[in-house]
Write a protein that binds this ligand. Structure first.
Ligand SMILES: NC(=O)c1ccc[n+]([C@@H]2O[C@H](COP(=O)([O-])OP(=O)(O)OC[C@H]3O[C@@H](n4cnc5c(N)ncnc54)[C@H](O)[C@@H]3O)[C@@H](O)[C@H]2O)c1
Length: 381
């Protein structure tokens, strides 16, 4: 067996995403055995020593650190994986780029367009390989949607519709700050726009091309919440809900909605695309299925068909079990990491990278500006 080239990982932030990425790295060797490169779990970093130690042992890291700067300073690390809240993405990325490390950064790229631009410039100057974890692209049904669109089966596209609905902040006792950093504009940058719609926008621009302009409305339903760090009741600065419509460069119209106040919904990310010849739709809560309506079917059998995307010739599914058996959410991270490693061997550009995520940030910024000014905004794309 030829010796694998190692990509030695330094993971910063041992929360939800720290777990999904670590799980991904661990499973690559079994399910993508032909890759030339393999991730090596070198160090996990959390500010709390007990947590850093426990996490590194649980997920198989060789060592742990409590200061992210120490991770970047180590010469046995090739790639920095940023799984911290959004306020740390820019500082860590820029330091990692200067140290010549590859960077795998969680989304959204940063809190603001300014921070994102500095990050894009830093990786351009240093030339380090980079990627951003817009992982939904790599669920088989979503990748299949891309293939179907590229094959021309939909024809001219008229409509792109996406939702990302949750209900976890309806309770006024949910705090802001600390572990509830998503509720704190200082840390998160924005609310549902950067947290949830950023995913919808990334998928949309990947499937349907660039967005030219937007018109948005946002709402903050609960105006004050206790801050975990100060213990005081403080104004809420994030958007609790956001609805926007837009023009895509291909002439189609987009309609996007996100909220954390849709009782009954936990992670209801859906999209539907309507073309002149056919339509497709997808739902994260039933992620192995892609629905497809083909107007050229004979009228007796014409209707929405539900494709169970588990066959070996459908995207990624030759890597898993046998046809008919499902995979899950975790695979989106495994597939993204594997595709990135493959790009190192092939020399091809990897997407989504910092530049792609900067484009998504431009749309998010235009959405927030449009809502604030109650006017249409161009994205600059
Ligand atoms: N791709 C996706 O689908 C997806 C899903 C969830 C979250 N995210 C993104 O991932 C990032 C992390 O989100 P999460 O849900 O994992 O949050 P989390 O709160 O579960 O985990 C973040 C961790 O970072 C740690 N941390 C904070 N500052 C640190 C520092 N200076 N050094 C080391 N560790 C530090 C926190 O203690 C916490 O354990 C965010 O940017 C978020 O937007 C992406």
């Amino acid at each position: 067996m030829t010796k694998k080239k190692e990509v030695r990982i330094g993971l910063i932030g041992c929360g939800f995403m720290g777990r999904t990425h670590s799980n991904g790295y661990n499973r690559i060797k079994n399910f993508f055995p032909d890759l030339e490169h393999l991730p090596v779990l070198k160090v996990a970093c959390s500010r709390n020593e007990e947590k850093a130690k426990a996490f590194s042992e649980q997920w198989g890291y060789e060592s742990y650190e409590t200061d992210w700067k120490a991770v970047i300073a180590r010469d046995d690390i090739d790639a920095i994986d940023i799984c911290t809240p959004n306020d740390m993405h820019a500082e860590i990325s820029i330091a990692a780029a200067k140290a010549g490390k590859m960077i795998f950064c969680e989304k959204p790229l940063a809190r603001t367009l300014e921070e994102s631009e500095e990050m894009v410039n830093a990786v351009a100057e240093s030339g380090v390989k980079n990627m951003v974890w817009y992982n939904y692209r790599r669920l088989p049904a979503v990748t299949l949607a891309k293939h179907i669109i590229e094959s021309g089966k939909l024809g001219r596209i008229f409509h792109y519709r996406a939702n990302f609905l949750q209900d976890w902040t309806i309770n006024a006792n949910v705090k802001q700050g600390g572990s509830d950093w998503r509720m704190d504009a200082e840390v998160a940058g924005s609310g549902v726009t950067g947290d949830l719609l950023a995913h919808c926008i990334d998928t949309a621009m990947w499937l349907n091309g660039s967005i030219g302009d937007v018109s948005a409305v946002t709402e903050t339903f609960i105006k004050e919440r206790v801050h975990q760090v100060t213990g005081k009741m403080e104004p809420v600065g994030i958007d609790d809900a956001c609805i926007f419509h837009c023009h895509f460069d291909n002439g189609s119209l987009g309609l996007f909605e996100s909220t954390r106040y849709a009782r009954g919904h936990k992670a209801f990310y859906t999209f539907e695309i309507n073309g002149e010849k056919a339509s497709i739709r997808w739902d994260l809560e039933d992620l192995n299925r892609l629905e497809f309506f083909d107007h050229s079917d004979s009228s007796e059998v014409r209707g929405w068909r539900s494709i169970h995307v588990t066959d070996g010739d459908q995207p990624y599914m030759d890597k898993w079990w046998v046809p008919g058996l499902s995979i899950g959410y975790e695979q989106s991270f495994i597939h993204q990491a594997a595709d990135f490693l493959e790009s190192l061997a092939s020399g091809q550009d990897f997407s989504p990278n910092f530049k792609d995520a900067f484009d998504t940030q431009k749309v998010c910024e235009a959405v927030l500006e449009s809502a604030a000014s109650k006017s249409w905004k161009t994205t600059g794309l």
